[in-house]
Design a protein around this ligand. Structure first.
Ligand code: AMP
Length: 366
């Protein structure tokens, strides 16, 4: 039932997409943003050609890393990547697209999921990721503890965080305690055109504790889930409010906001790791059941750890997250799995390489 809701009919399969490819000459392609440098750096270490799809104004910056890039495909708008010219060029280069955290946000969901170029990862997850409510439903189905979700028809008995769709780094989120404030603020966002209607917002219990974000990698070729790292997001101004004496910000009427400005490395208390691995395994299993063939490669569970060491997951990303940029030379965890510097970008390329060697390429691309 849920599977039917989530399924999307692409009208093509990856075998067909690979038909005209020279698999010995694959190029790892990504949008020049987010974690692109890590991705092309990792691809080069594993011996692949690389392609950066770049907006014209970003070229001067990326040109500084020409040694990591074999080809640039220049676009005026991100959505141009679905134009016939760009698709033809990407095919000629035998490109595999590695979607990162900005991919859907930049190119739009229609282009993101329908582009006729092989994607490293699970295409059908994009649509779920673009919808806050479906996301929470998937986590809940996996049996992963999540915060309570409220509707405006019921009593709001706890502090809540109101979230908007899309990966805009926490922009326009707000915290509230009562329904009137939520309705008033959402009306303003509708007036400004930020959202079309109240249904686009997710009203979620605000969980007290500390934030922690886990970087997983599911390998279909090894049938293994790895925890490759963890981070904390540095968010303005919620993370700055603690610099003020208690209650001062209430006096000046400041309202916490959640705009991500960077990432801070984190190593976890080792006794938390079995539970974190278990959550990741639950996620892999459920995506296999609900969205076959299931998640491929990097994903991230975003959580609050409470004072009782409960882990509550409030969000996931089905792609490489920006927090992995901390570990271009590997993380304390990836080193333990691989005994060599292994970033997530490199791990992606290693997976593609292993898949080619084992004749399993169609198991890691969609
Ligand atoms: P998200 O867009 O879901 O990643 O949320 C952006 C930020 O809001 C997170 O990094 C957290 O700091 C905060 N946040 C999101 N959901 C919750 C929650 N349920 N409880 C507490 N803080 C949250």
């Amino acid at each position: 039932m849920l599977r039917k809701r989530w399924a999307c009919d692409m009208g093509f399969n990856v075998g067909t997409l690979l038909k005209d490819y020279d698999v010995g000459k694959l190029s790892i392609a990504t949008l020049a943003s987010h974690s692109a440098l890590q991705i092309v750096h990792g691809a080069k270490l594993e011996g692949f050609k690389t392609t950066l799809i770049a907006k014209r104004d970003r070229l001067p910056f990326y040109r500084g890393f020409n040694h990591l890039v074999d080809e640039y495909v220049v676009v005026d708008e991100w959505s141009d990547i679905c134009s016939q010219d760009v698709v033809r060029k990407l095919k000629e280069l035998n490109s595999v697209i590695v979607p990162h955290g900005s991919y859907v946000e930049y190119v739009g969901i229609e282009c993101a999921e329908n582009i006729p170029i092989p994607i490293f990862g699970l295409r059908t997850l994009f649509k779920v990721e673009a919808n806050q409510k479906l996301k929470m439903e998937l986590l809940s189905k996996a049996g992963i503890p999540i915060p309570k979700t409220y509707s405006l028809d019921e009593a709001i008995d706890k502090l809540v965080i109101v979230k908007l769709a899309g990966a805009k780094g926490g922009k326009d989120y707000f915290i509230a305690k009562d329904k009137e404030v939520i309705t008033y603020k959402l009306s303003k966002l509708v007036e400004q055109g930020t959202i079309r209607n109240f249904n686009e917002a997710l009203i979620q219990e605000y969980v007290l504790g500390v934030t922690a974000y886990y970087h997983y990698f599911y390998s279909p070729t090894l049938n293994r889930l790895e925890i490759l790292g963890a981070d904390i997001r540095y968010e303005s101004d919620i993370d700055g409010l603690k610099r003020l004496p208690p209650n001062t910000y209430l006096e000046v009427g400041a309202e916490p906001t959640f705009t991500v400005v960077g990432n801070i490395p984190l190593v976890l208390r080792e006794s938390l790791l079995p539970k974190i691995l278990d959550y990741g395994e639950k996620f892999v299993k459920t995506t296999k059941e609900e969205l076959p063939p299931g998640v491929i490669g990097p994903f991230c569970l975003e959580s609050i750890i409470t004072k009782d060491a409960e882990i509550i997951v409030f969000e996931f990303s089905g792609r490489i997250v920006a927090g992995t940029n901390l570990y271009i030379n590997g993380s304390p965890y990836s080193y333990l799995y691989w005994n060599e510097p292994m970033s997530v970008g490199r791990r992606i390329a290693r997976e593609i390489k292993t898949a080619i060697d084992k004749g399993m390429l169609e198991k890691v691309l969609t």
